[in-house]
Design a protein around this ligand. Structure first.
Ligand code: LMR
Length: 407
């Protein structure tokens, strides 16, 4: 009976969000969860999303019927083009099958579940995550019975990529391991491989017959350029890898609570590719049906409207540049304030890291001191969501960091 159920710890990130809400100090600063905030620390409904929403609400044919099991067809095809590029060989050769999912989490889960059932099921499989990674990766894969290990990723010395460590670990991993890769704007570190490094990573993955699994939650957020942010995935596809992609629209459309996302499975070029994809699609449909029956419609309708309309798409790109541009400004401001104060340590990584997060290098002790003394909320690993900073609180935050670092 349920008496034996042990107490589980609270989710660290959502627990932090709740603690921030409880804090009544007017100076409090939320640098916890990765959700964009405007310069007034308020959630930002993208203007293009507002427009799409108005269009949708005026549609006399809008109803609340079920979507197909795989989801909204126009949304799915637009999602494929967005991540792979409209002229992708995988699209031309019909080597891809995709399903709409409960945002990126649902896509990672569907992929993990599929692999747990069909990827070398009789052998002992290992999943490799970057150290560190999005903590939910561990739970999602262990829930489907796949055990995980990490490959070195973040160098504490340089606060950049530990490239040698990463390559060495992938070389030593058992052949055929599943390797989870962040396509861009790595969470939590904000550190991405260069294009040359990606080529080396692809080489090792090829040599060791590993299975690359891409998680992409920040396309358009890293550089503000959608194609550039999709480069690593597109490179792997050009190289003919079999791979899968978990794609989230939470951040780049600001559709956090609408749970719009997509899962893609792409098989290698072969004479049998179309038939492989059709068999994979049939199995994914069963998994999807048994878990969620069919995905939620509203967020996907909004994204689909924007993705399939030239003018709205251009407006979306401008909105993305607003978000990524403000974050870059905050990186510059934070670094220069810390350097001006001669805060002990080096702060160049603040502007060198990209995307939503910065891995500051602050210790857990300093993080807790910041929370207690200054009402600044960030995860214990020293990650800050850059979007929580703005022209009103950056000075306060920089001074708080300075005094926490000086002890
Ligand atoms: C984050 O890492 O802050 C976001 O991806 C939110 C989440 O679901 O963890």
């Amino acid at each position: 009976n349920a008496d034996a159920v042990p107490q589980a710890p609270e989710d660290a990130l959502f627990g932090l969000m709740a603690a921030f809400r409880r804090d009544e100090d007017p100076k409090k600063v939320d640098l916890g969860i990765g959700a964009y905030r405007d310069n007034n620390a308020k959630p930002w409904v993208l203007p293009v999303v507002k427009r799409a929403d108005e269009i949708l609400r005026k549609d006399p044919n809008l109803n609340h019927e079920y979507l197909p099991i795989a989801g909204l067809p126009d949304f799915i095809s637009a999602s494929q083009k967005l991540i792979l590029g409209a002229d992708s060989p995988a699209l031309k050769e019909k080597r891809i099958t995709s399903l709409q999912t409960i945002s990126g989490t649902g896509a990672v889960h569907l992929g993990a579940l599929f692999l747990s059932k069909f990827y070398n099921p009789t052998t002992e499989r290992k999943v490799y995550f970057s150290d560190p990674t999005w903590p939910n990766h561990f739970q999602i894969f262990s829930n489907v019975g796949l055990s995980s290990q990490t490959y070195p990723y973040f160098s504490k010395q340089t606060k950049g990529l530990d490239f040698e460590g990463m390559i060495g670990s992938l070389q030593n991993a058992a052949e055929g391991s599943i390797v989870v890769l962040h396509a861009c704007a790595h969470n939590p570190t904000g550190v991405d491989p260069t294009q040359e490094q990606w080529k080396e990573i692809a080489k090792v993955i090829r040599e060791k017959k590993h299975f690359p699994f891409f998680d992409t939650a920040y396309q358009g957020f890293a550089s503000g350029d959608l194609a550039k942010d999709g480069w690593a995935i597109r490179y792997f596809i050009e190289q003919g890898f079999e791979t899968c992609i978990a794609q989230s629209y939470a951040k780049n459309f600001g559709l956090y609570g609408e749970r719009a996302g997509c899962f893609h499975f792409i098989t290698s070029p072969s004479s049998d590719a179309e038939s492989t994809v059709s068999r994979v699609a049939s199995q994914l449909a069963i998994l999807q049906r048994s878990e969620i029956s069919n995905p939620p419609a509203y967020g996907a309708r909004i994204a689909s409207l924007v993705l399939n309309d030239k003018e709205l798409f251009a407006e979306w790109e401008a909105n993305l540049r607003t978000m990524s541009g403000r974050i870059i400004d905050m990186r510059k401001a934070l670094r220069s304030k810390l350097e001006e104060m001669d805060t002990p340590g080096k702060w160049n990584h603040i502007t060198e890291q990209i995307g939503m997060f910065s891995f500051t290098g602050l210790t857990e002790e300093q993080v807790l001191k910041l929370r207690e003394d200054s009402h600044v909320y960030m995860t214990k690993n020293g990650r800050i969501s850059m979007a929580g900073l703005n022209t009103n609180n950056i000075e306060y935050f920089a001074k708080a960091v300075d005094s926490a670092v000086r002890g």
